[in-house]
Ligand binder design. Sequence first.
Ligand code: DX5
Ligand code: ZN
Length: 216
Amino acid sequence: MTLIAPSILSADFGNLERDVRGIAANGADLVHVDVMDGLFVPNITIGIPVVRALKKISPLPLDVHLMIDRPVRYVEEFCRAGADYLTIHVEADEPENTLAALRRVRELGKKSGLSLRPGTPAEAVRPFLAECDLVLVMTVEPGFGGQKFMAGQMEKLQTLRAWRDLICPGCLLEVDGGVDLTTGPVCRVSGAQVLVTGSAYFKAENKISFVKDLRQ
Ligand code: DX5
Ligand code: ZN
């Protein structure tokens, strides 16, 4: 079964509790939280105190996507704040720090995730797969919601699905960026197990049907 993870990047930040509770009430599986530092990506969103507050009110696990430079500096704080899945970017630091960060997340009892930008080849994450509980394939350039889905990433997704089945069968393969009712099925047939959806979910008139249809 495909898991659905609505991204609060497109939520109404003035009504975050309502929207986060809505994500659970509408039948989704995870709450996707996009953390940006203005360095790794040209946008700034939310940080540790907001994750802590979300943890108190979210009925669903928090799927925290760190788009920050040298994430090893902050993984412990995000885990302690309440991230259930904590995903870092492979481009954000040197390999030894990436390894240390992934291991630290697991030591803290949380699920470790590794993401890659559209321009980064699948090979970049291969050495880390045994340390991952989740691999996140970006189908837009990270930084903003509402961008166009990059279908060219599907080949990479298929490669990663094959490696995942071989190397880390317990690991989840997630897609993020431009996922809607047209592009979601394309991701599913290419091997995605978790679909992040920001603008399409929040724009949907009937969110219960949207989640159900995207899951199929
Ligand atoms: C982009 C974020 C995404 C974003 C997805 O950098 O990582 O999670 O919220 O939004 P949509 O679904 O609108 O592309
Ligand atoms: Zn994201």
